[in-house]
Each structure stands twice: as structure tokens, then as C-alpha cells.
Design a binder for this molecule. Structure first.
Ligand SMILES: Cc1cc2nc3c(=O)[nH]c(=O)nc-3n(C[C@H](O)[C@H](O)[C@H](O)COP(=O)(O)O)c2cc1C
Length: 471
């Protein structure tokens, strides 16, 4: 009907000839048609994979069914039936250890091992390209400190590199020496004193995407001078004809990379980080082992999915052994390569399954940036279906990212069980949103831990389909 009304309107208008008016009609309706097709695909996928959802608690199952197209949300359900949504909120809050209170899902706490994250909003890892010799300085203290005062439940650091030759650019932060360790300790100390925000370190190695200029001087462009030799699973340059051709890693290279990750892990534990994330996304070193587009090895580390996962899992296992047992670990994955013959959501489930078996506590679901010829399908919450697939196929917690920009998106995603946390790039949005909630003094993260009525008591725990708590 909307198409017909729009068509009648352009044909009746006198603005331009008929072909011009039809072109306007096409431009106007194309996006709307795409949105409808995306909703229809989400809806169809939900029904085709209903087995993923049958173990959800009953309230969550029904909410997942109602919102499966991603067109119907928590807020518009509340307009239709406030009592129903109050019941959903109460059920989700109870799952998070907050009994008998209708807390908006984004303000419920979430527990991983001994860590209680006070709300479901995380700040994404974001390279700042502003360090000298890998050392965070006052810029980083202010950058992370101000985000911590924004009230997010969890904040990730930018990809922090395990050695000077693991950096993407000369401005990347690192954690390979004592000076860097002291500098990160100062940042962590400030964040912990500033409020209840928890801080996670993302550790990584750039692999074939290293030795490039600062983003604002030419993202992905090789350094004209002062670069370093790149290593990768296979000798494939990121930008053919432009990027340096990386050297194929030997077993000795693997041993050195693994040892550097373990050494940085021990430093991270001493700094006091609450959670440690291994970066296996976006085409950096470990991600390029996982994708068949960048890993062409014929030895035990290439070929099948098991073989492609082998080295990243060796690194993860060694880090897990060096990281305090009570503190959780995450892995960031590119859950879709957006290119022919690359990984898709199905392979991402298999990769995540192997990390889950190795002891990962939460999977941070991103996508793409593995190959330059990718063709991602962007849109509102475009990566959430990948998080949903991994979470509900494996019963593992996930973090969703990517164009999730409203409080309503977060409430809907959490209530429907499509992710457990949601990361974004903003600063004070959770505080502003918190003030708009019906019960800000109890549900908002603005209390910074000083408020005696915060939703999470230290003994409360999130439940997972009947299991008492996360490890
Ligand atoms: C400038 C910039 C730097 C980024 N740095 C990192 C990084 O260090 N590690 C990482 O995993 N992702 C990084 N990302 C990706 C973001 O974490 C995030 O997943 C992505 O931008 C989607 O953001 P959105 O959820 O706000 O749409 C970066 C993105 C931008 C724009």
C-alpha cells in the first residue's frame, strides 16, 4: 500500500518528466523495500532455526518470537501493553539476580566468573593511534577516564599490542615493557576509583595489517619509512600491489608470538584489568589464521576449520593459564567475512564452539575487515543476527556491536536473548539514557557504586537456563 501511495504521489506531481519522477520513486522506495526484506529474512531465519530458542526461559522465548524480525521492539511493545513489558523486565531482572523488580534490561547486572558488570552497556575497543613507543599517557588517562565516568558497565581498551612489531601503526598502545605496565596501571586505577565501570584489556597482534600510517594520515597505507617486517599465516598482502608482502610464519615465529601474548597477559593481571580479550577479528594476525581467505597453509595450521583454529586456540589456552582463574576472558571474532568462500555465521559458530571449549567466557561478535574486497550488508543492528546465532546455538554469552544506537535496541536485544552485552563507541549515552528510565535511582549506572540500591548485590548472579551462575 505504501508503494502504491508513493507511486500515485510521484505520478500526480508535476515536478519533472515521468522518467525523472519514476527515478525519484525508485530512490525513495528502495531503502524501504530493503528494510522490509531484511525484516522478512530475520523473521524467516527465526522460524527456520527455532530449535536455537526452545531452551530459552518461557518469557524470553515469547519476547524473542515477538521481536524476531527486529522491527518490533521493547519500546513499541511497551506502548501496546505496558503490563506485558513490565513482566518481561521483571523476568530478565530475575535472571540477572535482581528479584521482583521491573528493571529495564540494559540496566541489569551481568556476571562472568567473579566479575559483576553493573549494566549491559560496554564501550567498544577503539584504536586511538596516539601513543609514543606503545606507552599510554595523559591523553589515554583522559580518554578512558572520561568514558569511565560515563557510567558504562564495561569499557574495552583499544587493541593493545604484544610487541613493537605487533602494532598496526606507530601510535598503537602496547604492553611489552615496565613503562607501559606502569602507565596502564595508572589508567586502570583511575577507572576503578571513578565509579563502577569495569575495564577490559584487548590484546592483539596486527599481522599482515601492521606497519601502516596513523589512521588520519592514510589508514592501511604502509609506512614509507621506519616500518617493520610483517608476519602472517600465508604470504598474502592486505592491499595487493600496495601493502608489504608478509613473511609466512614458521613454528619459531608462532612460539615467539605465543610467548609475547603470555607475557602481556601477566602484565595485564598485575595492572588490575577486570577482563582480558584476545583480538581474533578484523584480519589481524589471529583472525587471518581463522579465515580461509587469508590462511592458505598446507601444514597442521591451515585447511580445515580445526586446523585454522589451532594456533589461535594455542595462544588462547596459554593466556588462559596465565590469567587469574577468577577473572573472565573474551575473544573478539569476525563472524562473517562478507566475501565469497570466506567465513560466514555457520563457520563462526564452529570457531566460537572451539573457544568455548577452551574456556572463553563471552564471545565479542564483530564482522569483516578481513579482506579488502568484502561486501558487508550494513544496516541497523546488522551484526546482531550473528551474535544471536552464536549465543543461541552454543549457549555461550555474547557481546553484540555494530550500529546499535538506541536504548530501545539494547533493551530489545538483551530481553530477547540475542546478546548479553552491547558495545558501542559513545561516551555518556548510558548516563543520559539512565536518567530517562522510570527508576533512575535504582536502575541507572549513574550511582557509580555509591548508591546502596544498585541492582546488583555482590552475591547476586546471572542465571543461564537453570545454571546458577557463570564461572
Ligand atoms: C577509529 C576506530 C578504531 C577501532 N579500533 C578497534 C580496536 O582497537 N579493536 C577492535 O576490536 N575494534 C576496533 N574498532 C571497531 C569498533 O570496536 C566497533 O566494533 C565498530 O566501530 C562498530 O561500532 P558501532 O557498534 O558503534 O557501530 C574500531 C573502530 C573505529 C571506528
Amino acid at each position: 500500500m505504501e508503494d502504491a501511495i508513493a507511486l500515485a504521489a510521484v505520478l500526480q506531481s508535476t515536478d519533472g518528466d515521468v522518467p525523472t519522477r519514476l527515478a525519484r520513486y525508485q530512490a525513495e522506495r528502495e531503502v524501504e523495500a530493503l528494510k522490509l526484506q531484511s525484516a522478512a529474512r530475520n523473521r524467516m531465519t527465526w522460524f527456520e532455526h527455532v530449535d536455537r530458542y526452545v531452551d530459552l526461559p518461557p518469557q524470553q522465548f515469547v519476547f524473542s518470537l515477538l521481536t524476531g524480525s527486529q522491527r518490533v521492539s521493547h519500546a513499541n511493545q511497551r506502548l501496546r501493553d505496558p503490563a506485558y513489558i513490565a513482566g518481561v523486565d521483571r523476568a530478565i531482572a530475575a535472571q540477572s539476580g535482581v528479584p521482583d523488580r521491573a528493571v529495564p534490561p540494559m540496566f541489569t547486572p551481568f556476571r562472568l566468573r567473579h566479575l559483576t558488570i553493573p549494566n549491559r552497556v560496554a564501550v567498544s575497543p577503539m584504536c586511538m593511534y596516539s601513543a609514543q613507543d606503545g606507552t599510554p599517557d595523559d591523553f589515554h588517562l583522559v580518554h578512558y577516564g572520561s568514558r569511565a565516568t560515563g557510567g558504562a558497565g564495561l569499557m574495552f581498551t583499544e587493541m593493545t599490542c604484544v610487541g613493537p612489531e605487533a602494532r598496526i601503526t606507530p601510535g598503537c598502545t602496547g604492553l611489552w615493557n615496565d613503562v607501559q605496565e606502569a602507565a596502564w596501571k595508572r589508567v586502570v586505577g583511575f577507572v576503578h576509583r571513578a565509579g563502577s565501570t569495569k575495564i577490559a584489556l584487548q590484546l592483539g597482534h596486527a599481522g599482515r595489517k601492521g606497519a601502516t600510517k596513523l589512521a588520519w594520515e592514510g589508514a592501511d597505507q604502509p609506512l614509507p619509512a621506519g616500518g617493520w617486517e610483517l608476519i602472517a599465516p600465508s604470504p598474502l598482502p592486505y592491499l595487493p600491489g600496495t601493502s608489504q608482502v608478509p613473511r609466512t610464519m614458521t613454528r619459531a615465529d608462532m612460539d615467539a608470538v605465543l610467548a609475547a601474548h603470555v607475557a602481556a597477559t601477566k602484565r595485564a593481571a598485575r595492572c588490575g584489568f577486570d577482563l582480558l580479550e584476545l583480538h581474533c577479528a578484523h584480519g589481524y594476525l589471529l583472525s587471518s589464521f581463522l579465515s580461509p581467505l587469508t590462511n592458505r597453509r598446507a601444514d597442521a595450521y591451515g585447511g580445515s576449520i580445526d586446523a585454522r583454529c589451532k594456533f589461535p586456540l594455542e595462544v588462547f589456552a596459554a593466556m588462559r593459564a596465565a590469567w587469574p582463574t577468577e577473572r573472565p576472558m573474551s575473544v573478539r571474532l569476525s563472524a562473517h567475512d562478507w566475501a565469497p568462500d570466506g567465513n560466514t555465521g555457520d563457520e563462526a559458530v564452529e570457531i566460537a564452539r572451539r573457544f568455548q571449549a577452551a574456556g572463553v567466557d563471552i564471545v565479542h561478535v564483530s564482522s569483516g575487515q578481513v579482506v579488502k574486497h568484502e561486501r558487508p550488508v550494513y544496516g541497523r543492528m546488522f551484526q546482531v543476527p550473528l551474535s544471536d546465532q552464536i549465543r543461541n546455538a552454543l549457549h555461550v554469552p555474547t557481546i553484540a556491536v555494530g550500529n546499535i544506537f538506541e536504548a530501545d535496541h539494547v533493551n530489545t536485544i538483551i530481553a530477547a536473548g540475542r546478546a548479553d552485552l552491547r558495545a558501542w563507541r559513545g561516551r555518556t549515552w548510558p548516563i543520559r539514557t539512565g536518567r530517562c528510565t522510570p527508576r533512575p535511582s535504582r536502575a541507572s549506572p549513574t550511582c557509580r557504586g555509591r548508591c546502596s540500591t544498585t541492582p546488583a548485590s555482590s552475591s547476586s548472579s546471572a542465571t543461564w537456563r537453570g545454571r546458577p551462575s557463570w564461572r
